[in-house]
Write a protein that binds this ligand. Structure first.
Ligand SMILES: Cc1ncc(COP(=O)(O)O)c(C=O)c1O
Length: 465
């Protein structure tokens, strides 16, 4: 029998998890080969000076991660396929507790980083000889050069704006807060799609706004539902995601955009349009704000197209409204970081950003094909390239049960309640994000688990006593 002794000294946190982590490492490195028998619970507990219960829990955790399997009378063995298969993915909820979790729950860019591009941009900025100019306070809406870069970036979507129409924000979430503060005050109602981006719910809670969900169909906001909501709520604005709605990936056709804009115009309310994913679909219809029908506030972010840690986004609005947006930027962050904005401007200016977008789109398309092949229900509506798919579950599955069981098997997906404005609005569907998986192999493993699970019956899948 192999006397396997895990090295625990440098591992913080609960001992059971440290043992499971050590085992995962040893399996990955090949130190523990498939078929290797592990010490008994009692033996390992004695050698490590721990309780048998701790070792039992550690082995259970290792089994949950697919590292080992136990057979009554034969002991516990390292599993055959485990070594290369065990993925480590980032789990923001508790990075250390789920080392083997395949996280398909968060909308990350499909390519995580561009170190060489960052180094090159920093070199270029340093080479200009005025690096210190980035260090003082600057205007709240951003430096003219960064607003110009923002106008150029927004122009890709089909909305032509001047640099003076643009404010630089510290990412899309900041843009949402600034726009919401610019269109409504505490106690006011803002209309949103009945499933909306969770950050909007957070912004509304912060600002004391009431969100009212408007029904959506396969083309997005339903005009009749919007008309009814406008009649009955005294809403101050509509926030929506016409291109690649999060979570359903719906792209509103132009006719629907026009209908929405007409209604907004007749009730004299602005439409806050979030285009964070628009870069993925260059052939999307024009933004609502570009139709010239109603007042529009357009917001976007570089988080999905370039880098989330950069925290740069842009808002475009007509002058009086932009002034309100700018006041909100001042109240919340004074200004977006000029250093981060300068890097963005450099990338937008020299074409690096455009190249990153092309690479991201290609990787997203490849991953999307994998999702569609593994989960036929996971097709993005209209076949648009997206970072996420909305998977409607078969009748037998309730979304919360599916999410819990998927997580138990090592895959995180997002439940509908995260997006629903009211409990009733949460259908039995889940969001699957392709970008958070570290690579296509990891995505494939996650999809395989989900595809297997969806075929099962919940009553057979759950082991509840
Ligand atoms: C629709 C939508 N808007 C805004 C954001 C926020 O983006 P950022 O990371 O730039 O704050 C996200 C992030 O997931 C999003 O999905």
């Amino acid at each position: 029998m192999t006397i396997w002794l895990p090295e625990l000294a440098h591992r913080p946190g609960p001992k059971y998890r440290a043992i499971a982590d050590a085992l995962a490492e040893d399996v990955r490195s090949g130190r523990m080969r498939p078929g290797t028998r592990l010490p008994t619970h009692r033996d390992l507990a004695w050698r490590l000076g721990l309780t048998v219960g701790t070792v039992t829990r550690a082995y259970a955790e290792a089994e949950r991660r697919g590292l080992i399997a136990g057979e009554v009378g034969r002991g516990t063995y390292v599993r055959g396929a485990a070594p290369a298969d065990v993925g480590i993915s980032y789990s923001p909820a508790d990075a250390s507790s789920q080392p083997a979790l395949i996280d398909l729950s968060l909308n990350f860019p499909v390519i995580p980083g561009h170190e060489a591009e960052l180094a090159a941009a920093l070199g270029r900025l340093a080479g200009r000889g005025d690096l210190a100019a980035l260090l003082p306070y600057h205007p709240h809406a951003g430096r003219p050069s960064d607003r110009a870069a923002g106008a150029r970036w927004i122009g890709r979507s089909g909305l032509a704006v001047e640099p003076d129409d643009v404010a630089v924000t510290a990412g899309g979430q900041h843009g949402i807060v600034a726009c919401m503060a610019a269109v409504a005050a505490s106690g006011d109602t803002v209309l949103v799609e009945s499933l909306t981006y969770p950050g909007v719910k957070a912004a509304a809670a912060l600002l004391g706004l009431k969100l009212v969900g408007v029904a959506i169909d396969e083309e997005g906001v339903v005009p009749e539902a919007l008309a009814a909501a406008l009649r009955t709520t005294n809403a101050k604005a509509l926030y929506c995601m016409p291109t690649l709605h999060n979570p359903t990936a719906i792209v509103m056709p132009e006719s629907r955009r026009r209908a929405i804009a007409e209604l907004a115009s007749s009730h004299e309310i602005p439409v806050v349009e979030d285009d964070c994913y628009g870069f993925l679909t260059p052939d999307a219809p024009p933004p609502i704000g570009a139709l010239g029908i109603c007042e529009g506030l357009f917001l976007t972010s570089l988080s999905k197209s370039i880098a989330a840690g950069q925290r740069i986004g842009y808002v475009a609005a007509r002058p009086a409204r932009l002034e309100r947006v700018t006041q909100a930027i001042r109240a919340t962050s004074w200004m977006a970081s000029p250093i981060a904005a300068a890097i963005a401007s450099d990338w937008i200016g020299d074409g690096t950003a455009e190249r990153m977008v092309r690479e991201r789109r290609a990787e997203a398309a490849a991953r999307q094909r994998m999702v569609e092949a593994a989960l036929p229900g996971g097709r993005a509506p209209g076949g648009a390239v997206s970072y996420h798919a909305w998977l409607t579950l078969p009748d037998r599955w309730r979304a919360d049960e599916f999410v819990a069981e998927a997580r138990r098997r090592g895959v995180a997906v997002t439940p509908p309640t995260a997006f629903a404005v009211t409990r009733q609005a949460a259908p039995d569907a889940v969001r699957i994000c392709y970008g958070a998986a570290a690579g296509r192999d990891e995505l494939a493993r996650g999809l395989e688990i989900l595809a297997g699970l969806i075929e099962e019956h919940p009553a057979m899948a759950a082991s509840i006593v």
